[in-house]
Design a protein around this ligand. Structure first.
Ligand SMILES: NC(=O)c1ccc[n+]([C@@H]2O[C@H](COP(=O)([O-])OP(=O)(O)OC[C@H]3O[C@@H](n4cnc5c(N)ncnc54)[C@H](OP(=O)(O)O)[C@@H]3O)[C@@H](O)[C@H]2O)c1
Length: 276
């Protein structure tokens, strides 16, 4: 049972690591007594609001964390991942990495671990709203898979995906939040302002539109494409807008942007890792 395990986060005071820590605490999957966090500096800022903060085990010794935890999440920058100084033996727990661009093979080589999950996530984990796709090394057991699924479900939604290449794709797609969605929202605010609407009002309206749309899309049984189809069939004002957008190169521009993000993430990780 995952709730009986100690969970450790190496880099748990960083942007993503802390978001995952807060998300896990918020969900109740992990209690402060069962949470371990390591960093080089022993900086503990960001955890002031946690009740029973004193119960969290903060350490600067990654190996100590490995020795005490049934699941260890690694959330350090790619370029620092070679200097973790850990030695994972078969009796140790499951290793889950959310490091962009570092492969399962590299993680196994650097840590000695055989049971390794490579995942992607994002700081929306703090609010229980992350999407965290993952894939597993051959040695990962059915119990490890169940624990991984439970852990990522506690901070949002998750899927096991078919390949590490797909994790790279997701790094560009869902790593940054609100990222691409913010661009669409900003374009709508800009348009509203050009029609004479007060910028403050325009921004409030569009924020609320995206909030409501996100909640509705997440809860709806209809797919995004089915929503678009239903709007077009309704033949109202939105249909006119959507038909014009569909006739424009908008979908191609979105694909081009996502492709550029994917390529950049590959280049950035390669540059960061070359510092190893
Ligand atoms: N932030 C995001 O939105 C996001 C999204 C998707 C994926 N990621 C991935 O998540 C990872 C972390 O990114 P981030 O933005 O959270 O980085 P960050 O804010 O710079 O945090 C990195 C953390 O790692 C700690 N650290 C560095 N070396 C360490 C070591 N040897 N032992 C223990 N702790 C160590 C740092 O603390 P000290 O300096 O005190 O050691 C810090 O707490 C990266 O691999 C990134 O690719 C991040």
């Amino acid at each position: 049972m995952i709730s009986e395990l100690c969970i450790g986060i190496i880099g748990g005071t960083g942007q993503l690591g802390a978001a995952i820590a807060h998300g896990l605490l918020r969900s109740g999957l992990v209690s402060p007594e069962k949470l371990w966090i390591s960093s080089r500096s022993n900086n503990r800022t960001g955890f002031e609001s946690v009740e029973s903060k004193a119960a969290i085990q903060f350490t600067t010794c990654n190996q100590d964390l490995i020795d005490h935890c049934g699941i260890v999440i690694i959330a350090v920058p790619p370029g620092l991942s070679a200097a973790l100084d850990i030695n994972v033996k078969p009796h140790h727990g499951l290793l889950i990495s959310v490091i962009a661009g570092v492969t399962i093979e590299q993680l196994q080589h650097r840590t000695g671990a055989e049971r390794v999950i490579r995942a992607m996530s994002n700081p929306a984990a703090e609010k229980g709203l992350a999407y965290s796709p993952w894939c597993a090394s051959r040695e990962v057991t059915a119990e490890d898979r169940e624990a991984t699924q439970a852990l990522f479900n506690a901070i949002g939604q998750t899927d096991e995906v078919a390949s590490e290449e797909q994790i790279d794709q997701f790094t560009a797609l869902i790593g940054p939040v609100p990222g691409f969605v913010a661009y669409y929202a900003a374009s709508m605010v800009d348009y509203a302002v050009t029609t004479g609407i007060d910028p403050v009002i325009a921004e409030r309206a569009i924020r609320q539109l995206f909030h409501a749309s996100g909640v509705m899309l997440a809860a709806s049984e209809a797919s995004p494409a089915e929503h678009v189809k239903a709007m077009i069939e309704y033949a109202g004002t939105t249909a006119a807008g959507l038909t014009a957008m569909q006739a424009s190169p908008l979908a191609d521009a979105i694909a081009e942007g996502l492709d550029a993000a994917y390529k950049k993430s590959k280049i950035m990780t390669a540059t960061d890792l070359s510092a190893d």
